[in-house]
Design a protein around this ligand. Structure first.
Ligand SMILES: O=C(O)CCC(=O)C(=O)O
Ligand SMILES: [Mn+2]
Length: 212
């Protein structure tokens, strides 16, 4: 494990079967400049839902594949539809963090090839959904929270309207889910007003996936 995350490692908590929360595992001071560099070439944008509405959360990607939504649906693409260029490469510290966090959560050998970057302004949210556009659900999802806190919820029984558990995710917290939780419904409740010393009025989230 590199000092990028070992230095800030905190507690380990099971959120539900197959989902582990690693408190304070990621170092936002190291990660945020990498996000800014990615956004210089692949800007944050509010993608359109298949139904034609703009999503409230602004998104971009890095890695060999990037997740997109538009009138044709949800999918991964190798190029950014905004620029026509390949998505910026997955920074080595992102990939290393994903592999180490997955191993710490019990998913050894994870190698991410895609990273969706979400930017939440105050008042935005992400409704309940499954991450299911990846080709092989044997691989876990690694989610990194940076900046303002957020209430993350997950269903306990894989039904959209099922019972949920909520946890507050703070700057540096990493959640890993796979196995029995891989297709759990999850989302983010409305971000409360606040100011974070590193991100101001925003929360950033990286979800690292094996998409292809
Ligand atoms: O922001 C989060 O913590 C979750 C993000 C998420 O579920 C997603 O991007 O699919
Ligand atoms: Mn998700």
């Amino acid at each position: 494990m590199s000092d990028l995350f070992a230095a800030v490692a905190g507690g380990r908590e099971e959120v539900r079967d197959g989902m582990v929360l690693l408190r304070g595992y990621a170092d936002s001071i190291r990660l945020l400049p990498l996000i800014a560099a990615i956004a210089d070439s692949a800007p944050f944008r509010r993608m359109a839902t298949p139904g034609g509405r703009a999503m409230s959360v602004a998104m971009t990607n890095c890695g060999a594949l990037g997740w997109i939504s538009d009138a044709r649906g949800y999918r991964y693409e190798a190029t950014d539809p905004l620029t026509g260029a390949p998505w910026p490469p997955l920074p080595v510290p992102f990939a290393a963090l994903a592999t180490a966090a997955a191993a710490a959560a019990g998913f050894a050998g994870f190698a991410a090839d895609a990273c969706l970057i979400n930017r939440y302004a105050v008042g935005t949210r992400l409704t309940a959904h499954q991450d299911r556009n990846e080709t092989d659900f044997a691989h876990p999802i690694v989610s990194v929270s940076l900046g303002l806190p957020a209430a993350f919820f997950v269903t306990l029984d894989d039904r959209r309207g099922g019972r949920t558990r909520s946890v507050i995710l703070e700057d540096g917290d990493v959640v890993v889910w796979g196995g029995p939780a891989r297709l759990a419904f999850h989302g983010i409740r409305e971000i409360k007003p606040g100011h974070h010393p590193l991100t101001g009025p925003y929360r950033y989230n990286l979800t690292m996936r094996r998409a292809g």
